[in-house]
Design a protein around this ligand. Structure first.
Ligand SMILES: [Zn+2]
Ligand SMILES: [Zn+2]
Length: 194
């Protein structure tokens, strides 16, 4: 399985099933199968990539679901809409309103919808960079960082207290998610309190 926006371990793919199951969309029994929500049918990797189903995603650009990307608390015309073809797959997408007003491209929104998300304790939004989404790299412990400077550069100021001095902390009582922009390589992290 390959995803532009998910390079974390398979164990951090929310909804990835541990044993092969029959896909509800194509009928094939596959090892790479997902249940994208509690009451949604099982779907395989091929059908996910073909747009037969997808994942609800919270992002810094709004939320993504089967209908497209919608921006909350903004003027109603900041919206990217996915269009469904006759076979149920999404074959095109259109932008309602001016493209210049959206912070990500329609291709990026469509790509993220066809990407598994990662389990969190609280609401964690997928970060945006270079008009697309950043790639999820997985949960990062202090040992994963090259240096404290890298941690400081990647992390919001209010969380700098997690690594207060030059000495690397052995552990921290939060979950830290690492991300990298697939376009320019910029890195960032999001902190989640359990
Ligand atoms: Zn399938
Ligand atoms: Zn970037």
């Amino acid at each position: 399985m390959r995803f532009r926006y998910f390079e974390g371990p398979r164990t951090e793919m929310r909804g990835a099933l541990k044993t092969p199951e029959k896909c509800s969309y194509c009928g094939v029994t596959a090892a790479d199968v997902f249940r994208s929500g509690e009451r949604t049918p099982v779907g395989c990797y091929s059908c996910l990539r073909a747009g037969r189903f997808g994942f609800f995603q919270l992002t810094d650009a709004g939320y993504v679901d089967a209908s497209g990307l919608r921006v909350e608390f903004e003027e109603a015309d900041r919206r990217i809409e996915f269009l469904r073809g006759a076979n149920g797959a999404i074959t095109a997408r259109t932008i309602l309103g001016r493209e210049a007003l959206t912070t990500v491209t329609p291709e990026a929104a469509y790509e993220l919808w066809r990407t598994p998300d990662f389990p969190t304790w609280n609401e964690v939004r997928w970060p945006v960079h270079c008009r697309e989404f950043m790639t999820y790299l997985g949960e990062w412990k202090p040992a994963k960082f090259e240096s404290r400077n890298q941690f400081l550069a990647m992390t919001d100021k209010r969380h700098h207290i997690l690594w207060p001095a030059e000495t690397r902390p052995a552990a921290w009582g939060v979950t830290y998610y690492g991300f990298k922009c697939p376009t320019c390589g910029a890195m960032t992290g999001r902190v989640d309190f359990s």
